[in-house]
Design a binder for this molecule. Structure first.
Ligand code: 6PG
Length: 244
């Protein structure tokens, strides 16, 4: 696949460090305002906790970095299932100015309304509602992959994966646990980044990573950065024939 490369690291600890190093590099490459799109699930938790510790904490210019989320579960903020709540608990509450944290609002009537509000928030941050490949929305998009090949809340075979004319959509029901409605960035919004970084750790990811590497038509394979796409994998996540 064009612009896609795979980086192999030893284990989950090395994976979090490698991800933190790439995040710092993306920050250092941009002297202006930086936008990072985070992912939920369990995959990024160690990375998030690491960012609140030295040397990373001092290396991040917190005033210039804005934190968005690629998808969220439509549950009240504060609910442990909420992805932004997890990120806030892991590092943002301790490190980031509140004005730089951009949650998907779930205290509204329904996921569609939350999606429309978040699209407006992203567009006002970006300055326009027309994505420009030369000036991507995000410096970095982090993604995890579910057992069915979903990314963010773009599930295989669901209509949301085909949406190209909106940045954010409501997803009325999930394909995997937790079975709560979701709000998700769409494929073109996720693609608008300098780097898309997949986090693949542990043997639980081996089956789906095998399917991804075979090139199967999965949301995880459709998710491609307009810039660089990096699959950061630890050895346990690799298929047997790739572990070496
Ligand atoms: C979510 C996530 C989702 C996640 C994958 C992988 O809201 O659940 O954003 O896309 O990244 O399901 O989840 P794990 O990291 O828990 O394996």
């Amino acid at each position: 696949a064009p612009n896609r490369h795979i980086v192999v690291v030893e284990d989950a600890v090395a994976l979090a460090e490698a991800a933190a190093d790439r995040l710092i590099e993306r920050i250092e490459a941009n002297p202006g305002r930086i936008a990072i799109c985070m992912t939920g699930g369990s995959s990024p938790k160690r990375l998030y906790e690491l960012l609140a510790t030295e040397p990373y904490r001092s290396e991040i210019p917190w005033d210039r970095v804005h934190w968005f989320i690629g998808d969220d579960r439509f549950v009240p903020s504060g609910d442990p299932l909420n992805n932004m709540t997890m990120a806030r608990t892991a590092f943002l509450d301790a490190c980031a100015p509140l004005a730089n944290v951009h949650p998907i609002k779930t205290d509204v009537a329904n996921p569609d309304e939350a999606a429309a509000l978040y699209a407006r928030e992203l567009q006002s941050f970006y300055g326009t509602d027309k994505l420009d490949k030369a000036k991507p929305l995000f410096d970095l998009v982090l993604l995890g992959v579910g057992p069915d090949g979903h990314v963010a809340s773009l599930f295989p075979g669901y209509p949301a994966i085909e949406v190209k004319d909106r940045w954010v959509v409501g997803v009325p029901e999930a394909h995997v646990k937790p079975f709560v409605p979701r709000v998700s960035l769409t494929q073109p919004a996720l693609a608008s980044c300098r780097e898309m970084l997949f986090l693949m750790s542990g043997e639980d990811k081996r089956a789906i990573l095998t399917r991804v590497l075979k090139g199967q038509d999965l949301p995880a394979n459709r998710a491609r950065s307009d810039g660089e796409t990096v699959w950061l994998c630890d050895k346990a996540a690799l298929p047997d024939d790739a572990r070496g």
